[in-house]
Write a protein that binds this ligand. Sequence first.
Ligand code: ZN
Ligand code: ZN
Length: 389
Amino acid sequence: MLEELRLEMEAMAGRIIGRRRDFHRRPETAHNEFATSAALRDFFLKTGLSVAAMAGTGLRAVLDGRPGGRTVALRTDIDALPLAEEGDKEYASTTPGACHACGHDGHMAVLQAAAEALARRKDRFRGRVVFLCQPAEELPPGGAKPMIEAGALDGVEAIFGLHLWQPMPTGTVGAVRGPMMAQSDNFRITVAGRGGHASMPHQAVDPILAAAAVVSALQSVVSRNVDPLQPAVLSFGTIRGGTVYNIIPGAVELSGTVRTFDPDVQALMKRRLVEIARTTAGSFGAEAEVEYEDGYPPLVNDAAETDFALAVAARLFGGKSVVPIRPVMGGEDFAYYLREVPGAFLFFGAGDGTRFPHHHPGFDLDEKALPSAAALLAGLALEYLARPG
Ligand SMILES: [Zn+2]
Ligand SMILES: [Zn+2]
């Protein structure tokens, strides 16, 4: 059955690539995916599935096989990035300031092909396949959580998803059993002092000096507070304050991100961030106010379902296609589904012949990966539903 699926997808390559290019030409950013969502809705209806809209531009399409059996979900994200595309692709973005620079256009085309292949086989499997088209992956708090709140996972016993992955060679597949992508939070610190003349610092409380000390002191959180065997990142992304060389400003604003895998480490970093910022600023007579925003939780694959998914990949493409990978500190809101039901998120290599990484204005995928990725998604659903019990 898997080999038949693989050959069928190879035969559909032209159509899959054509659809990916259509999505690529008309990118829509988080929560604005109206035309994208409408196109997907039409597709599912034409393919004979029932479709419900949810979470704004999100969709939940259902394909029933023979009665009884299990329910498995497959997910695609549907949003593009607020980024002007560069390069001279024949299928370049026609929307100024937006482009599919993460590969979600490919994810949609792959999910569509999987839906078609499964719909053709609906008399040959028992159970139900739920297709989730999720908005706003790129913009925390993201689309996964509202989809779940709207009932996306109702009755779902397992979920699978993949990311076409430029850093990996085309046709390779990898996943980590357990934590694979990081909790990604952001914070803002306002260090308030008292402004004054730069030549008379004794009459002022200098927030620039206090902010500099806060930045330095916070480097000790990862190096001195976090267990050295636990992954953790604390990076500043902005530092803003002041207007001119001879004025001590009233306040300085800092922002940055915290990346972790372990909830205890996250809690520790959050706590130390607030403590160190406040006490350090306080020691200069300044005050620090910290706003901390939890982002996507860590993406934690179910070990058994990861083994299952990689075994399906090995049967489809040969054992050599499955490659060991390490966790990454990037975030992904597929994490929310995996907190509700077991499943796995896979990286599917699509890097051959490409020059630019994800989120670069010149990003592109190796489209030769698309039929194989579609075969894998469809294969995961079929093999999951074929399990005894
Ligand atoms: Zn992205
Ligand atoms: Zn992405």
